[in-house]
Write a protein that binds this ligand. Sequence first.
Ligand code: UDP
Length: 340
Amino acid sequence: MGKGKILVTGGTGYIGSHTVVELFNAGYEPIIIDNLSNSSISVLDGIKAITKVPVTYENIDCKDYNSLERFFEKHQDMKAIAHFAAYKSVGESVSKPISYYRNNIVSLLNLLQLMPNFGIKNIVFSSSCTVYGQPDELPVTEQSPIKPATSPYGSTKQMCETILNDAAIANPEMNSIILRYFNPIGAHSSAEIGELPNGIPNNLLPYITQTAAGIREKLRVFGDDYNTPDGSCIRDYINVVDLAKAHVVAIDRLIEEKNKKNIEVFNLGTGNGSSVLEILNGFESATGVKVPYEIVERRAGDIEKVWADTTFANQELGWKAEIPLEESLLSAWNWQKKLQ
Ligand code: UDP
């Protein structure tokens, strides 16, 4: 007897697909909806190569209330929702704000409106450390102040958190967990699933792996004059499988009603900061592959340094990021090689 059905919106995406696998490993039956706006149907094959059983999938856009409602009618017995489906590019959000607001906000509103009609109480929401902006104190705890967003993408994450908070106040039956991700990297150890950037990657790791593979000429390191030991920016890079496992723990917590409040927020990071140059050097030593690079101007909107205080997640969820950085970097490279 399985632990029940979990709806995974955006389940063919980077974090969604890894979470589908971990939900399956934990005895749940993940059900994917995704409109493939930034992912590929072939991800389902990658998932199946790991789980050995086909996963239920439907092409549904979470903005489309009527399709979602029909889907909920078909799957009456879902225990929880892991809501990943959202646009995520900071730069693109600046040029397409309406599309970002509409997609990210309407999708969440539709789910929240439908949940009570179908007796679904539990939702896990993908948020981001972007809500903290440049924190005044490091590491950042869940109580660190929310800073004004610097992009429409960041705004959508803040607005969705507000919506979930207000929904929780209005409906004590509702149980939400907000997970604030730091920088997810790496791929499943099987190299069957991983990150599939659309076009030229914005994020550091896919840019490094594509440069190592010869697809890009060289990595541009955005600034070496920050107030950090080597002058490049510092982030908390967390393995995507560790991140995925945190979702399983969060869903267990909601279903088993171990949550202390009907809305909770957790930082998901490793607690360690690494600079861009450290990641670059770490990649070269983990893989033995040289990555040509140049130092260029700072990128507009970049935060100088941020890493997580993970005490609350460690203590309350009993979860901890375990995969060493070196292994994450190597898994990202193994995945990239598989894509060639
Ligand atoms: N970065 C870089 N070159 C790139 C992409 C990213 O130097 O081609 C740096 C970026 O300035 C930041 C870090 O890598 O300091 C992480 O950037 P990413 O876009 O992956 O994540 P962010 O934390 O900005 O959301």
